[in-house]
Design a binder for this molecule. Structure first.
Ligand code: SAM
Length: 276
């Protein structure tokens, strides 16, 4: 579970410091997402959970007569996006919670997100709000992960931490809690997209590239120490367990290294919808 305060704090800071590496993990997803967006009309684009701004800046370049606004909870990520986007006159970035954001001077007709919509505390309320602030007939395009079992970058990390000393909680964790896999189930997403219609789910499989080149394994290690399930296992581990987790992480990385690249199977949905 990744909550707003995680993104506003250390998780957002880690993503801001690691944006070159996180962009690389999405490098085989982004062109497919941009191709889907390219087929959509729209001159005022809102990038929801824009992070360090790669999608927003690509769209600002692709639509020079349009205007792009990227919003994110994390001040660190917005600062990174602003720095990257300096000189791109038709892109701007703001710290905001998408479930409350509004700007009377900017009515978006195209709403996009690369993996930024799965963390809403109350998704139906957030999507209903976004429909309220969007222009009539506005289009929505976002990507999100499919199930953990289809995403080796996450499932391969499952055994890193030693089993908990306490007996397992008899209540299974809610698979729809805010987090990377909250939007894995299309039926659940359909029920949450209040205010939006004509939903289409297109699967897209890609290589999640964690490192490449002569120091590929060290790059992957640096990424996973800061981002994703290994990073949270390391954060939550007792001091005495950290070296063992790192050792197992190195083994996972070695098992996924081929031809100078560390890569993991990743599975996403690209979802399109229209304001109802
Ligand atoms: C997995 S990251 C993706 C970031 C970026 N879209 C990218 O592709 O690199 C999820 C992003 O969504 C942002 N986010 C989560 N909940 C949000 C909310 N309610 N409003 C705005 N941004 C949010 C986080 O701060 C984080 O930057």
């Amino acid at each position: 579970m990744t909550q707003a305060m995680d993104w506003q704090g250390g998780v957002g800071r880690a993503w801001a410091e690691e944006w070159q590496r996180t962009d690389r993990t999405f490098a085989q997803l982004t062109p497919a997402l941009l191709a889907t967006i390219a087929a959509m009309p729209g001159h005022r684009v809102l990038d929801i959970g824009c992070g360090a701004g790669e999608l927003a800046l690509s769209l600002a370049a692709a639509r020079p007569k349009g205007a792009v606004c990227g919003i994110d909870l994390s001040a660190d990520l917005i600062a990174a996006a602003q720095q990257r986007g300096a000189g791109r006159a038709n892109a701007r970035f703001a710290i905001a919670d998408a479930s409350r954001w509004q700007d009377p001077a900017f009515t978006p007709d195209l709403l996009v997100s690369r993996h930024g919509v799965m963390f809403f505390a109350d998704p139906p309320a957030a999507f209903a709000h976004l429909a309220t602030v969007a222009a009539p007939g506005a289009r929505l395009v976002f990507s999100c992960f499919r199930a953990p079992a289809e995403n080796a970058w996450a499932s391969a990390m499952a055994g890193l931490a030693p089993p908990p000393a306490q007996p397992a909680d008899p209540h299974a964790p809610n698979p729809f809690s805010p987090g990377p896999f909250a939007f894995a189930d299309p039926d659940h997403v359909r029920a949450m997209l209040a205010g939006w219609t004509d939903l289409v789910f297109t699967p897209h499989d890609f290589d999640y590239l964690a490192g490449e080149g002569p120091d590929a394994a060290e790059q992957a290690l640096a990424l996973f120490r800061r981002i994703g399930p290994a990073a949270s296992a390391l954060r939550q581990a007792a001091e005495a367990d950290r070296a063992g987790i790192e050792q197992r992480l190195r083994e996972v990385i070695a098992a996924h290294t081929r031809d100078g690249k560390v890569s993991f199977v990743a599975a996403a949905w690209i979802v399109t919808a229209t304001k109802a």
